[in-house]
Design a protein around this ligand. Structure first.
Ligand code: ATP
Ligand code: MG
Length: 604
């Protein structure tokens, strides 16, 4: 088990903070203008000095559901902005017409809100769509063509690939590379006007076919693709490439620090190249955004690739995008993980250039830390066995029940109390009884004879918050399984009364009285995979699915849980943290999900 420090750690190293502090100290960001909405250089120049000291953004592509890795990026961008008096934009990077859907847009908005972040600042909504910038992106493309920085290439895709070269071989310039700007412009307009077939030609930046950075060997800026876009419909039949679109989006929005994951490191040179050209041409405002990369969050025992998540949903390996076993934010939320626990994980995982794996147990540790102080306690029996208290009528009284009280939040002096009752029959956990107890077993066992014929008394235990009892016997089913356990109350041992501790016990049992137990469906979730890195080294993640990742049991809950609303979490004493399922739980029909046991039980 990997352990996280108990006390709140000093803010872990974060090189981005140092960069921001340096930039703020130099004062070069303080003179930026921001017109209140995204726009080009002229638009911003006409606006006031930006009141936001920095601008960051979280730019998801709406082609799937967000996962725990995105939570880190969301936390990082929003919290840096908040910390330094800035603003964080939520931007849908929806420039690719093929895979994007409104369902995902809604899911992403929901997830960001649930995590506790807001794109409203200074009375303005900073929710943006990259597809709103298509006009500008096209205008910028024409400007690059006119300035001789871009050309239309009519090579086939195969030729282009072959002529790009590789790490050891410089690329070969396209025969179309030296066409005159006027001819390129005419061609680009034909592309836009639908005069050419999909894939017949592309617009490319004219940079350096021999660059050691292959991303600078004349990358594509625009492609022809007849596809209906979820926002702009059939207005366009050409679409900008991600690597061209992204820096422009940042610049139009006045982003100061464009934070992304390490796989974009090699794109940074092109990011700067294109923005500098467009600023020189007077189209984009200075100072330009700067890109910074950090290592992505990798958590063991999950997969986060959108393709693989989709495959699990589509093949029915899980029950939808919000299956409580998935690392999607919708799934984690349904499972019962809290926004605070995800924030804690993100914070503790640090922000650096060095990638690494974080053990899944870190998330459970964060969850327990968050819920320990918040989640009301209750008793629950998840594998019930009936216990009959044979002398109830003599000790307590016929048709009487015994009021019991217990703290809602133990360990707090001001904790409210919960109230329930003990009766002549209670449910206990099946594992709390052993007919032939093993050495060191301190729970219930019946009177019996040892190997030498000597009589051993039934064991004595306390029913938590209730009474001390002694086991007197058991009843069996025809198949030999235990049907019922019998015990007697030991008088004057009621919890909380003077002398209650006169009889010493080694075991304390949790229980729920039969007469007022609340029946509930309880879903016991566990990890989806048996391997720490399910899709590492080309392994098919389906080969290491955990067959026991979901078990559904019928349990009995303490009656105090009856008022639980969907989404409320509890600590079921000794079992762990549970949440009333967001979707299926209803007051008359309780359904609970296990978030995590109280202790790490996963065998390594
Ligand atoms: P996938 O590769 O799983 O399809 P993606 O990274 O392409 O996801 P985007 O919608 O482009 O998904 O991601 C939005 C932002 O979230 C990007 O800035 C990306 O760098 C960041 N991000 C994605 N995964 C992680 C991760 N595991 N850790 C930190 N940031 C991440
Ligand atoms: Mg991406």
């Amino acid at each position: 088990m990997s352990s996280a420090p108990k006390e709140e750690p000093v803010k872990p190293g974060n090189f981005l903070r140092s960069i921001i502090e340096r930039d703020l100290a130099e004062g070069k960001l303080a003179t930026r203008h921001f017109a209140g909405t995204p726009g080009d250089a002229a638009h911003h120049a006409a606006g006031p000095i930006d009141t936001a000291k920095i601008r960051t953004r979280f730019p998801p592509e709406p082609n799937g559901y967000l996962h725990i890795g995105h939570a880190k990026s969301i936390w990082l961008n929003f919290s840096l902005a908040a910390e330094y008096g800035g603003v964080c934009h939520l931007r849908f990077d929806d420039t690719n017409p093929e895979k994007e859907e409104q369902e995902y847009v809604d899911g992403i908005l929901d997830a960001v809100r649930w995590l506790g972040y807001d794109w409203q600042a200074h009375g303005t909504s900073h929710l943006y769509y990259a597809s709103h910038y298509f006009d500008f992106m096209y205008r910028a493309a024409e400007a690059l063509v006119e300035a001789g920085h871009a050309y239309v290439d009519e090579q086939s895709a195969d030729e282009m690939r072959a002529n790009r070269g590789d790490f050891n071989t410089p690329g070969t310039p396209s025969p179309f590379r030296d066409r005159a700007p006027a001819e390129n412009l005419a061609r680009l307009r034909e592309m836009r006007d639908g005069k050419h077939a999909d894939g017949a030609m592309v617009l490319r930046a004219k940079i350096d076919m021999a660059s050691p950075n292959i991303n600078l060997r004349d990358p594509a800026l625009y492609r022809i693709k007849r596809a209906t876009h979820h926002n702009t419909g059939d207005t366009w039949c050409i679409y900008p490439m991600y690597t061209y679109a992204h820096p422009l989006e940042d610049a139009l929005e006045g982003i100061t620090h464009s934070i992304c994951t390490l796989e974009f490191e090699d794109q940074r040179a092109f990011y700067d190249w294109v923005l500098e050209r467009l600023a020189d041409l007077g189209l984009l405002a200075q100072p330009l955004p700067k890109q910074y990369e950090f290592a992505r969050l990798n958590l063991t025992y999950i997969v986060t690739s959108k393709r693989k998540l989709r495959q699990m949903v589509e093949e029915g390996i899980v029950d939808g995008w919000d299956d409580p076993r998935l690392p999607t934010l919708a799934g984690l939320r349904r499972r019962g993980y809290t926004p605070e626990s995800l924030r804690l994980l993100a914070e503790r995982s640090g922000v650096s250039k060095a990638g690494g794996w974080i053990d899944y147990s870190s998330l459970d540790i964060a969850l327990r830390e968050d819920l320990d102080a918040k989640a009301p306690r209750a008793m629950a029996v998840l594998d019930p066995l009936k216990l009959v208290l044979s002398n109830w009528n003599e000790v307590i009284g016929k048709e009487q029940t015994l009021p019991c009280t217990a703290p809602l939040l133990p360990g707090r002096d001001d904790s409210a109390q919960r109230q329930f009752t003990l009766g002549p029959e209670v449910w206990i956990e099946r594992e709390d009884f052993m007919e032939e107890p093993l050495k060191g077993y301190h729970r219930l066992s019946p009177p019996r004879f040892d190997g030498k014929g000597a009589r051993i008394d039934g064991s004595i235990v306390r029913l938590k918050y209730g009474y001390v009892i002694q086991c007197t016997g058991l009843k069996k089913n025809f198949d030999g399984t235990v049907a019922e356990v019998q015990a007697k109350l030991i008088p004057d041992t009621r919890s909380g009364t003077p002398g209650a501790n006169a009889v010493k016990t080694k075991g304390v049992l949790t229980w729920v009285a039969v007469h007022d137990a609340l029946p509930a469906e309880v879903r016991l979730y566990d990890r989806l995979f048996t391997e720490a890195q399910p899709d590492a080294a080309g392994r098919d993640f389906k080969s290491c699915l955990n067959p026991d990742s979901k078990k559904i049991v019928s349990g009995w809950l303490e009656p105090t849980v009856a008022a639980a609303e969907a989404g409320h979490s509890f600590q079921f004493e000794r079992h762990g943290y549970f949440v009333a399922d967001r979707i299926d739980h209803a007051p008359g029909r309780p359904v609970f999900n296990r978030i995590t046991p109280l202790k790490e039980t996963w065998a390594k």
